[in-house]
Design a protein around this ligand. Structure first.
Ligand SMILES: NC(=O)c1ccc[n+]([C@@H]2O[C@H](COP(=O)([O-])OP(=O)(O)OC[C@H]3O[C@@H](n4cnc5c(N)ncnc54)[C@H](OP(=O)(O)O)[C@@H]3O)[C@@H](O)[C@H]2O)c1
Length: 313
């Protein structure tokens, strides 16, 4: 029988990429949830859609009846924009801590084989005062988004017996089949630089941006492992790209790949920019656990940018 994979938040940026890549795997039965958006028609070909409100848990009964207990749940749903979390901390907490999801999973009989929960977290769980954080370093978030994600990690670790938490850095790559409304980092930089005017980028905030198809591959490896060996996990993984870069360095790479004039990039300090939310300075991550555990080779930032830019031509 086909293994059942449920993607919570299948209409979001990562959710759509994951659905698109996984729908060609004929050994999987796929389902996904949507909340405010209608399910994109192109994603309906090989996957069952369900409307779900993760805050209240409304919608889980329907999934139980029509799809049954999943073998794997990938939780991509979140209030994922830090400024939106800062504006509405109560919403951020109730949506980002997946208590309704975990309770639903524990409603299935204990005699059944357990469900693997792959939960998306963030590099913003770290304080940002050093380089190359490791998974065992202290988490000390500086904003509501990071705090809600730390609370989520604690909830999952304390209430699930089979989980993998993925602490993702900025995810970049091509737009989705049904375009998401939030701005995407490379496309945004490209748009700013294409104007041919001087533009400001921070030189003192560091991240390890990760190519979206690498995040999808990581999730697919985890799904395949659980299906083939059935060994339960309690694992936390940093999911970043191999390069530690500032926003100014990111913009320089976009400019080089596009052939724009790099002298238009004006380097400024993050302290001079008010984004309405505190932003950690250096949350670059050590990804050796990811590489060793999954035998995985991440895409360089420059190659990821080239692949993204190709889709704009
Ligand atoms: N993108 C990044 O750069 C990045 C970086 C680090 C970590 N992450 C984490 O990775 C995960 C995926 O990110 P993403 O960028 O794909 O997020 P996204 O594009 O903002 O998608 C969010 C998803 O959550 C769903 N959702 C919103 N409110 C909901 C509710 N009340 N009930 C059920 N579903 C609800 C949305 O459904 P509708 O659209 O149908 O409302 C959408 O499918 C998140 O946990 C995020 O924090 C992302």
């Amino acid at each position: 029988m086909n293994k059942r994979v449920l993607i919570i938040g299948g209409t979001g940026y990562l959710g759509q990429h994951l659905l698109q890549q996984s729908s060609s795997d004929l050994l999987l039965s796929l389902a996904f949830t949507h909340h405010s958006s209608s399910p994109p028609q192109t994603l309906l070909l090989n996957a069952l859609p369900f409307q779900l409100d993760l805050q209240t848990g409304r919608g889980f009964d329907q999934i139980t009846h029509q799809f049954g207990q999943p073998d794997v749940v990938v939780n991509c749903a979140a209030l994922s924009v830090p400024r939106a979390c800062e504006t509405d901390p109560a919403l951020a907490m109730s949506l980002n801590v997946p208590s309704t999801l975990v309770k639903w999973l524990s409603s299935f009989p204990e005699t059944n084989k357990s469900t693997l929960l792959i939960h998306l977290s963030t590099d913003q769980v770290y304080q940002g005062t050093k380089s190359f954080y490791k998974e065992d370093d202290e988490t000390l978030p500086v904003n509501v988004y990071g705090k809600s994600k730390v609370a989520a990690e604690e909830y999952v670790s304390n209430n699930c017996s089979n989980f993998v938490i993925l602490r993702s850095s900025i995810i970049f790559g091509p737009q989705t089949i049904s375009p998401v409304s939030k701005s995407l980092p490379i496309q945004w930089m490209d748009g700013v630089l294409a104007k041919g005017q001087e533009a400001e980028f921070c030189h003192d905030e560091f991240r390890c941006p990760v190519y979206v198809k690498d995040v999808v591959s990581v999730i697919q490896i985890l799904i395949d492992r659980w299906i083939s060996d059935g060994k339960k996990s309690q694992l936390v993984l940093n999911v970043g790209g191999p390069d530690r870069v500032s926003r100014a360095q990111m913009a320089e790479t976009v400019a080089r790949v596009r052939g724009y004039n790099t002298s238009l990039i004006k380097q400024v300090s993050a302290s001079s920019v008010d984004r309405g939310v505190k932003s950690p300075a250096d949350i670059s991550m050590d990804i050796s656990r990811l590489i060793e555990t999954l035998d995985f080779t991440p895409t360089s930032f420059e190659d990821g940018v080239k692949l993204t830019i190709e889709t704009l031509k």
